[in-house]
Design a protein around this ligand. Structure first.
Ligand code: GUN
Length: 607
């Protein structure tokens, strides 16, 4: 996987030519309603999934697949994943094939990603039954590795409704080492709207999976749940739903399902609903009806993936999930469940986002980025006057006591932190009031500026950072347009600039040197190997595969000091990943370097 864009755990990646999150439509080779070629050409589908057991069981299909290969047989040149028969075993009680045989068969027919014959863990299994199923799945996984050749191998993580067993399975499967990790055994939960339990299954699996490997939600084909899975780091879905629901004369929508007969005013359009009226569809023959409803359902599902990708790209997925959570009480319950894991999710949240913080309801104030804000504000425990003032606070500076704390929906915020994300970049449905005392002692602008840059540094880097960075002969360069601080020069050296968009500092190499001197290893460090060091000294970016270690407190978007294994400074830049990610990704950039120690650049921010 190569990371392209992210919003917390949600990510847009490239995997074998496919951009994720992606939906793999299920193709039943016995019963093709929409052909793979049509899906590719009409819908832009880049990956499909089919069932190798169905092919294997049918003599004619089996021989054809062995002779022609899967891609030719299905007439599809994209990525093809195959499942193994586990689901048939769950539905019909048993299958006639053994793990070794079906894995070998998947390899022989040229599947791109093959799946082991895992043991499906049902929601009503006892803990002991689930544990045994996990052990047997792991044993089969070990066996499959001997037979998969060059085919990528999927190792499903089972665990039924037991979080500790989901973790056990994830650790066990990770230890064996697969290329791809589906989360299995969730179909009966999804079918019964038990979304909060699916959330738990995903989280407890993700916690122990290698973040550079794709995660697939097996059987998660209803678009209603897509955003909730993606925000937890799911990359792939498969959908038989598009055709199953079509057979049942039901239409999928992002908020739920409607029977054709119930539908009078379709709330979402698809090319099908543009071409035919509901009445016309009702009049169609059974076969024609299945075809057009399958097209509609697939279109709606793929569109939902596009909406989610745009939300990741603009970093507004939390808002999107919160609005979707209102579509069904069980989705709201699932969202509450997600919020219970805020502490873990915070590790993946960027320091700031392209989109402002939109409040959609009281749950918004429990998002991981707010938890971080509240935690870091504890560094600023102090007395001082509490006031209310509309934003931008700086418009009223001559009337405000300079050590004031301001009432906000996030809590009390020191005046100096007025510009940081999300304090400034947020929108709430309440009027901002003005309530400031008449008589107070004012401090000078100069003193306030110093307090401000030190407070932001303490918030961004930790207590003491403001002092470490900004002690000496200070010169603040301000914007001619806005009057805001843009650059901080200390003892003649450009140490840092303040970004207008999120109110945080970008470090220059002189700033990195100061922090490095003040904060002991591993604070803010990204340690690279010898192969990378020379390049980074020249100001070249850091690629994940060269990283040996990293400060576990660094978050995506944080400023980082690049060092060699002896803690010599090489460069300064901005991370795109946290520690677990940096240590597992093999492809792609991890730190965007701003300045190398051997090639200092001038970087004064102008207005
Ligand atoms: N399809 C839906 N659920 C599952 C599962 O748990 N395992 C496999 N192999 N396929 C599935």
């Amino acid at each position: 996987m190569e990371l392209k864009d992210r919003d917390g755990l949600a990510r847009i990646c490239k995997f074998r030519g496919v951009e994720t999150p992606a939906l793999m439509p299920v193709i039943n080779p016995n019963l093709i309603v929409l052909s793979p070629r049509e899906m590719r050409e009409k819908f832009g589908v880049a990956a499909i999934i089919t069932n190798s057991y169905i092919i294997w069981k049918n003599k004619e299909l089996r021989e054809k697949a062995l002779k022609e290969g899967l891609h030719k047989m299905l007439d599809f040149d994209g990525l093809i994943m195959t499942d193994s028969g586990t689901f048939q075993s769950y539905v019909y009680g048993d299958v006639e094939v053994r793990n070794r045989e079906i894995v070998k068969f998947q390899r022989e027919i040229g599947s791109d990603i093959g799946t082991i014959l895992d043991v499906f863990t049902e929601p009503d299994f006892s803990e002991e039954e689930v544990k045994n199923a996990i052990e047997e799945t792991a044993r089969r996984g070990e066996e499959a590795k001997k037979y998969c050749g060059n085919m990528l191998l999927a190792g499903p993580v089972q665990g039924s409704i037991y979080p500790h067993l989901r973790e056990y399975a994830a650790k066990k499967m990770s230890g064996i080492g697969f290329d791809y990790y589906p989360i299995g055994g969730v179909v009966p939960l999804l079918e019964n709207y038990r979304y909060a339990e699916v959330v738990e299954a995903i989280i407890h699996a993700k916690m122990h999976l290698n973040p550079s490997k794709p995660v697939h939600l097996f059987g998660g084909g209803h678009p209603m749940f897509f955003p909730f899975a993606v925000i937890l780091g799911v990359d792939f879905f498969d959908s038989a739903a598009y055709v199953k629901y079509a057979r049942d004369e039901r239409l999928l929508f992002p908020y739920g399902t409607r029977r054709l007969e119930e539908l009078k005013y379709p709330p979402y359009y698809s090319p099908i609903l543009e071409r035919y009226s509901i009445e016309e569809i009702k009049e169609m023959s059974k076969e024609e009806k299945i075809r057009v409803l399958a097209e509609h359902n697939l279109y709606i599902s793929l569109e939902e993936i596009i909406r989610i990708k745009q939300a990741i790209y603009e970093e507004s997925l939390w808002e999107y999930v919160e609005t979707r959570a209102r579509e069904h009480p069980q989705l709201l319950k699932a969202y509450y469940k997600i919020l219970e894991y805020g502490k873990w999710l915070e590790k993946f949240e960027s320091i700031s986002k392209k989109s402002g913080f939109f409040y959609t309801g009281k749950e918004s104030l429990r998002r991981p980025i707010v938890l971080r804000l509240k935690k870091r504000l504890r560094r600023f425990q102090r007395g001082g006057i509490i006031i209310s003032v509309p934003r931008p606070w700086s418009n009223y500076l001559e009337r405000i006591p300079r050590n004031a704390r301001v009432r906000t929906p996030f809590g009390l915020i020191p005046l100096e932190l007025e510009d940081i994300y999300p304090v400034q970049q947020s929108e709430f449905p309440w009027e901002e009031r003005m309530d400031i005392p008449e008589n107070f002692e004012e401090i000078s602008q100069k003193e306030f500026d110093l307090r401000k840059i030190r407070a932001i540094a303490d918030y961004q880097f930790g207590k003491g950072a403001g002092h470490a960075l900004f002690s000496g002969n200070l010169r603040l360069i301000k914007s001619k347009n806005t009057g805001k601080i843009r650059n901080v020069v200390v003892d003649g050296e450009h140490v840092a600039s303040l970004r207008a968009e999120d109110g945080f500092f970008t470090l220059r190499i002189h700033g990195a040197v100061r922090l490095h001197r003040y904060f002991k290893f591993p604070k803010f460090r990204v340690v690279v190997n010898e192969d990378s060091a020379e390049f980074n000294r020249q100001g070249r970016n850091v690629f994940a595969k060269f990283i040996i270690d990293m400060d576990e407190n660094l978050r995506p978007g944080d400023e980082a000091i690049i060092v060699d294994s002896r803690d010599n400074i090489l460069a300064v830049g901005r991370t795109l990943m946290n520690r677990v990610e940096a240590l597992s990704f093999e492809k792609g950039m991890c730190v965007k370097v701003r300045e190398g120690i051997d090639k200092p650049k001038s970087g004064l921010l102008k207005d």
